[in-house]
Design a protein around this ligand. Structure first.
Ligand SMILES: Nc1ncnc2c1ncn2[C@@H]1O[C@H](COP(=O)(O)OP(=O)(O)O)[C@@H](O)[C@H]1O
Ligand SMILES: [Mg+2]
Length: 422
């Protein structure tokens, strides 16, 4: 096992465009790190530089303590799983998994032992004599993973390994990969464009935008304390709403109405700006008629006309179109295009309790948890209300929960046996 350290990594392809631009990132020993961002942001390029399949234009790549810029891929002792899992069709599952060991000319009994162990871990034992063509998509994906982990590499690298699977299988495999990684405790870098995968798998998540690293943190930190509009909009589904607002003391005047921000710190964060973008997650709205008096006091009420509702059983979404000043509307549209979302209209999405009777076409009273709003600078996109103290606390919580999960997986792996103190 080993840590992976990237220092000011730059990659320019032939045309001089920096696909990866000055990325510095530490992946700790045993950590599960996700690289996430929209298509074309440089994730695969960065991963390929870790493995050694792509030259580094400038900067240093370290595995453990060692600079590996000039080290050949096969000498880096890393294992990679690709999107198209490239199994050998004429070989059995056993031989597919054994392949890297055969390549390394390991003795037959060691190969048998390791393949058997790996197959057990991945629940492939009954399929060892079958050919890939006769397996399901999920089983094939597990064989590809088996081939990667059989080799006791210093780190595992995954490039969108689940994007060929259907949604249900993707969910199952996600849980399996997570469990496996925690059990083996091997440093892992996992590339995906899917924010759900990023949030559910990562100890920490690194968000890339056009080759530039935006933020690295626990899923919860990214969700609750994003550094800028890009991260705030990318993480979370449905996305955070961004409303243009003019600032009037402790009041914000938005297209959904005027409301007071009760938090001094947030009011101060807006500074002397006349216009800001207010970020509100869909779940921080509620049907005002369902909110207790005590809760009402903590937030504000806005009146809005809902044009569409979607009832999902456990909750429902209501869409509230609004007019925004032309320049801000254009900026929001550009952001949503970049985030691969096709939302072309300026509209707010609010998540309401399933029991809400708010109906389309009518004016609705919406309660808004003003303590959870973010305020962004419209020109730089910076989150002006990020709470550094809270960020630190979230970091500690994430670390503790990671250690606990790891411990639980190890115990499960050893059949719950604990080692007695001497
Ligand atoms: N071999 C290549 N030659 C030239 N440009 C490339 C090459 N590979 C990738 N790129 C460009 O580098 C950028 C990042 O690509 P990539 O790392 O594949 O992104 P991602 O994996 O995040 O979708 C894109 O603009 C892409 O067009
Ligand atoms: Mg890619």
């Amino acid at each position: 096992m080993a840590a992976i350290t990237m220092k000011n990594i730059v990659k320019k392809y032939g045309d001089g465009f920096p696909a990866v631009n000055d990325v510095s990132l530490d992946v700790r020993d045993g950590e599960f790190m996700i690289l996430v961002g929209p298509s074309g942001c440089g994730k695969s390029t960065l991963l390929r530089m870790i493995v050694g399949l792509e030259d580094i234009t400038s900067g240093d790549m370290l595995i453990g303590e060692k600079v590996v810029n000039k080290v050949a891929p096969r000498e880096r002792n890393l294992s990679m799983v690709f999107q198209n899992y490239a199994l050998y069709p004429h070989l059995t599952v056993f031989e597919n998994i054994a392949f890297p060991l055969r390549l390394a000319k390991k003795p037959g009994d060691e190969v048998r032992r390791r393949v058997t162990e790996t197959a057990e871990l991945l629940e492939l034992t009954e399929h060892l004599e079958r050919k890939p063509a006769n397996l399901s998509g999920g089983q094939r994906q597990r064989v590809a993973m088996g081939r990667a982990i059989v080799r006791q590499a210093d780190a595992f690298l995954f490039d969108e390994p689940l994007s060929n699977l259907d949604a249900k299988l993707r969910g199952q495999m996600r849980t399996e990969i997570s469990r496996l990684q925690k059990r083996l405790g091997v440093t892992t870098v996992y590339v995906t464009h899917d924010q759900t995968e990023a949030m559910t798998l990562g100890d920490r998540v690194a968000v890339l935008r056009m080759g530039v690293l935006q933020q690295v943190g626990s899923p919860r930190e990214l969700y609750e304390e994003p550094v800028n509009l890009f991260v705030a909009g990318f993480i979370g589904s449905p996305s955070m709403n961004f409303l243009p607002a003019s600032v009037d003391g402790s009041f914000l005047e938005t297209p959904l109405g005027r409301f007071e921000v009760h938090d001094e710190r947030k009011v101060a964060a807006a500074g002397d700006r006349d216009v800001v973008l207010v970020g509100i997650r869909p779940e921080h709205f509620e049907d005002a008629s369902l909110v207790s008096e005590e809760k009402r006091q903590r937030g504000s009420i806005v009146r809005a006309r809902v044009d569409v509702t979607e009832w999902l059983g456990n909750e429902q979404y209501a869409y509230v179109p609004y007019e925004a000043p032309a320049d801000l509307a254009a900026q929001l549209r550009a952001l949503s295009r970049e985030l691969d979302s096709d939302q072309l209209r300026t509209q707010a999405v609010v998540a309401l309790d399933a029991s809400s009777e708010i109906r389309p076409g009518r004016e609705a009273e919406l309660w808004l948890d003003t303590s959870r709003i973010h305020i962004f600078d419209p020109s730089s996109g910076e989150n002006l209300t990020r709470d550094e103290e809270r960020v630190e606390r979230l970091g500690r919580i994430a670390e503790e929960s990671r250690d606990a999960q790891r411990e639980a997986q190890r115990e499960a792996a050893t059949g719950g046996a604990t080692v007695a103190e001497p």
